[in-house]
Design a binder for this molecule. Sequence first.
Ligand code: ATP
Ligand code: MG
Length: 234
Amino acid sequence: MVETATEIAVSCAGVTKAYGSGQARVTALRGIDLEVRQGELLMLVGPSGCGKTTLISVIAGILDHDDGECRVFGEDLKAMSGSRRTRFRGDNIGFVFQQFNLIPTLTIAENVAVPLLIAGVSRREAVGRGRDLLNRVAIGDRWTALPSKLSGGQQQRVAIARALVHNPRLIVCDEPTSSLDHETGHKVMELMREVAAGDGRSLVVVTHDSRIFEFADRIARMDDGRIVSVTEKA
Ligand SMILES: Nc1ncnc2c1ncn2[C@@H]1O[C@H](COP(=O)(O)OP(=O)(O)OP(=O)(O)O)[C@@H](O)[C@H]1O
Ligand SMILES: [Mg+2]
């Protein structure tokens, strides 16, 4: 039998990124080589300021890198036109921001429904699916609340539900359990594992939280703009 190679969801080679110019120039990524496999949960860890958010923003097509190459499902997002890239991201990528980025004037069910509404799903169905996912992250009873009426941990779970609702093939999360207690953090990670293992979706999870390392397939460590090691979990 012919062995099929592991499918690669994301491949970064020599990716660099600097912010600003002149004296204010800050180099955030110094040549990143990294592959994310299909169906894996890869955790990205490292000290504050080492470039984790910058790297996952490049991977998700939110930020353009300077040099090197980054491909997502074989596509070079940097080379895409704005509208094509927006569509590609809408179809394929879910993002949980470090600061949640919920829309303050929408209820939490509507917030979760946003990726579906953008994809053209009817409002009724989109909000219904939003509610279902809120149930799965254990805040279904608050679905008509505005984000400002929720605790930080509850807002974080809304942001996670929003990243999962349109079944993206790649889910990128920036510190998804930072505001959650141990038990809720575990529940959220179990949901994410289920999503990854279930249908071959890939997750990249930035975290400082060693309590959730057990959910990783591999852990990539970053320091000062570089990947310094990638360890396989048993
Ligand atoms: N918009 C920006 N303008 C200028 N410099 C930036 C910007 N965003 C990040 N940086 C700098 O780039 C470097 C990497 O930042 P990044 O946010 O990627 O780090 P991080 O690993 O996510 O840190 P944390 O764990 O604190 O979230 C830091 O030195 C930071 O100050
Ligand atoms: Mg960050």
